[in-house]
Structures are given as C-alpha cells and as structure tokens.
Design a protein around this ligand. Structure first.
Ligand SMILES: C[S@@+](CC[C@H](N)C(=O)[O-])C[C@H]1O[C@@H](n2cnc3c(N)ncnc32)[C@H](O)[C@@H]1O
Length: 382
C-alpha cells in the first residue's frame, strides 16, 4: 500500500468490526484513497464500492476491490510482472521531470519506471472511456448501476498498482509530493522491483468521481464510510506524481515540485479543500447517501467542530461518537524546514484526536459503537 496522508491503516480493524457488528453485507467507502478501508471491508466479506476523485485511487480500487482474485490467472500476471522487471530503462517523462528537474526518484529507477509504464500502455492500453470515468466528467443523471461491474482490463489495473507500489517503495519524499528530500532517501537508491499485489477474493466496484455528485446516485448500502479531506491541502497536488503515472499524459508542469498545470484548474479542485464550501459539501453527502449506518471520520484540527458534525448526522437516526488519541502526520513529527533543509519553525502539538461519528438506525449504531470501542486498534480510545 502506498504512503498516504490521512490513511486509516490503524482504524481498519475498528471499521471492519463496526460493519460486522451491524451485520452489513454491502458497503461504500466514498473517499477511498489507498483503498485500505475498502479492502478491510471486502476481507470481512462485504460487497464494496470504493470511490474517490483521484485517478490513482481508481486504479487501486479496480485492482483491490473490483477484481475477484479467483477470476484472475495470477501465474500469467506474475509472468508479465517478471517481464516488466527485466526491462531496460530508457529516458522519458519520469526520468526528465521527476528525476532531473525534481528529485522524486533516483534516475536509474526513473528510467525503469518510464520503460515499464510505456510497456503497460502498449500491452494493456487505456479503455476509451470507462463508465466510472464518464460518470466523473458528466453531470449526474440516471442512478449508477449496482455492483459488481467488471473492470474493463483487470490486468492493466493490477500492473499499474504494482508499479505505483514499487515506485512508492523507492521514492525520495516524506510521503507527500509537494517536495522531495535534499539528499536521496536511503530507499531511493534501491532498485525498483514490481511485486504481485495481494489481491482479494470477492465482489466490488471502483468508481471515479466527485463525492457530492456520486452520493445520491449510489445504490442503497448497509454501511457507508466517509473519510473526506480535513483541510486546504489537496490530494491532487499532494500526489500529482501518482496522478501523472496513471494518466500517462506528460502534462505541462510548474514550480520546483513540477506539479501538473491542471492543478490550477477549477475542475481539479475539491469542495472539501475550502473552508467555505466544505461544510455544505459534507452535509450534502451525509444527507444524500442511502445507507443504514454511516461512519464519518474526522479530527479535532479541522474546520467543522464535533457539535456541527453531530447536527449534520442527526437526521439519519441516532448518533454516537468514538474518539481516539492519535499521532499527527509525518510533517509535524519531523519539523518545519526551508527549501535549503534548515529548520525554521517550531512544530505545534504532536498529537490530535480522531473522531468517528456513527449515525443511522439506532440498533445498528449501538451495536457498531460497542464493537468499535472494543476492537483492537493502534490508536488509543478516549
Ligand atoms: C483522508 S483521504 C482518505 C484516506 C483513505 N481513507 C485511506 O485510508 O487511504 C481523503 C480522500 O478524499 C479524496 N477526495 C478529495 N476530494 C474529493 C471529492 N470531492 N470527491 C471524492 N473524493 C475526494 C482524496 O483524493 C483522498 O483520497
């Protein structure tokens, strides 16, 4: 799994326990990111829809959520991975832009990423326009089809996932692509190596799109998990390298970080990254989802307070809140530095509080809250 700001790795057992306690059979993970939570739910036996506005999330969701591992010839995929690992590197966009102008990868690895990505495009070209992608760009109209919907080319998604994860293991960042380390990270000089992703058996679906537009169009589910962005920092720019690696569109770029120029377009903005629009966007999503139980993750450092979140969720039925003490993200742990690497500021607090707001049918909320409070987690329940 890729390094990801706001990843809920440590809460997966809690969320899965809640879904099981609510006897949920279907679920949606509407801001799925790395797909960790959706994977946990799929492993718990649920049929899961994993949705996000990021192209790399769609690929990860196609591989981990929408692909049933029992229907894939894993030996044949491993053979393709072996062939990709054996390719000679050559200079392309990644080597030029992400290794020489910026320094996200060592050039030896960047040249191999170029060769491998190009080979995937040759052997598994992008589908003309998938239903999910069409839904993301077109205004919402008829209801989205119920899961499962087959992925046009699961092997393409599996190979891209394998490449994303391999590139993540040798990157030279602190986990965000707004900047790169001044000196190569030790892992950056290790050779890139693709592995077969740990696919799961079972049903699911990947959806690319804006949560506000998607929420009213999704089919009814038993369990919905919401993990929206908490502040102005945009995932589109924080993870622009993954976006480009998946889209493979060699975009014009700007700044030292070589961000995609379309990061400046309104079309790539998210209502969840603006203080003004975030509360109403979240309210619209919470109100329009058809789900018996909704679990909303949030924390105490953001724009909406706990009382406001509870008020948003109250119309769904009963509401209960679980609170967890948590370590803040890596940027806060390693300090504030200027572009030359010198320490310039002092870090604020190093811990925050994660909230999970449960709402819906009273008996389901009560059962899920009990199970969530008792589930093993690396976070400290309050
Ligand atoms: C806090 S992260 C989710 C992390 C995820 N739960 C995990 O464990 O990996 C928020 C996610 O919301 C997505 N996002 C931002 N704005 C969105 C929008 N308007 N619609 C759908 N997804 C959005 C981002 O791409 C990002 O993956």
């Amino acid at each position: 799994m890729i390094k990801y700001l706001g990843s809920k790795r440590r809460l997966v057992p809690t969320i899965s326990a809640m879904a099981r306690a609510a006897s949920a059979r279907t679920a949606v993970d509407l801001f799925t990111g790395t797909t960790r939570v959706a994977r946990g739910l799929k492993e718990a036996g649920l049929s899961v829809i994993a949705a996000d506005s990021a192209s790399y999330s769609e690929v990860l969701a196609e591989a981990y959520i929408a692909t049933d591992s029992r229907r894939v010839d894993l030996g044949a995929v491993q053979h393709e991975i072996d062939q990709l690992n054996a390719l000679e590197g050559h200079d392309g966009y990644v080597a030029q832009v992400f290794c020489r102008q910026a320094r996200y990868f060592h050039p030896d690895n960047g040249r191999r990423i170029d060769a491998i990505r190009e080979a995937i495009e040759q052997s598994h070209p992008a589908p003309i326009q998938s239903g999910a992608r069409a839904a993301a760009v077109a205004p919402p109209s008829p209801p989205a089809p119920s899961p499962p919907a087959p992925v046009a080319d699961p092997v393409r998604a599996i190979l891209l996932t394998s490449l994303l994860e391999a590139a993540d293991r040798v990157d030279s960042t602190t986990g965000l692509q707004m900047a790169f380390l001044k000196q190569w990270a030790p892992r950056a000089t290790r050779p890139l190596s693709l592995r077969l992703p740990a696919l799961l058996p079972g049903l699911g679906r990947a959806v690319l799109g804006d949560a506000v537009a998607l929420a009213p169009r999704l089919p009814p589910v038993d369990f919905a998990y919401l993990d929206p962005p908490y502040n102005q920092h945009r995932y589109f720019t924080n993870y622009h390298v993954w976006e480009t690696l998946v889209r493979w569109d060699a975009p014009e770029h700007y700044g030292i970080a070589c961000k995609r120029v379309d990061a400046r377009d309104g079309a790539t903005a998210s209502a969840f990254n603006r203080r003004k629009t975030m509360p109403s966007a979240l309210k619209a999503v919470v109100e329009s989802l058809k789900a018996r139980l909704v679990v909303l993750s949030y924390n105490d450092e953001s724009w909406v307070g706990l009382d406001e979140l509870i008020a948003m969720c109250a119309q769904r039925g009963s509401v209960q809140v679980l609170r967890f003490d948590s370590k803040r993200y890596v940027g806060a742990q390693i300090g504030i530095h200027d572009p030359s690497g010198a320490k310039v500021g002092t870090v604020g607090r190093l811990r925050n509080e994660e909230w999970m707001v449960l709402s819906g049918e009273p008996d389901l909320v009560a059962a899920a809250a009990r199970a969530g409070a008792e589930a093993p987690t690396a976070l400290q329940p309050q």
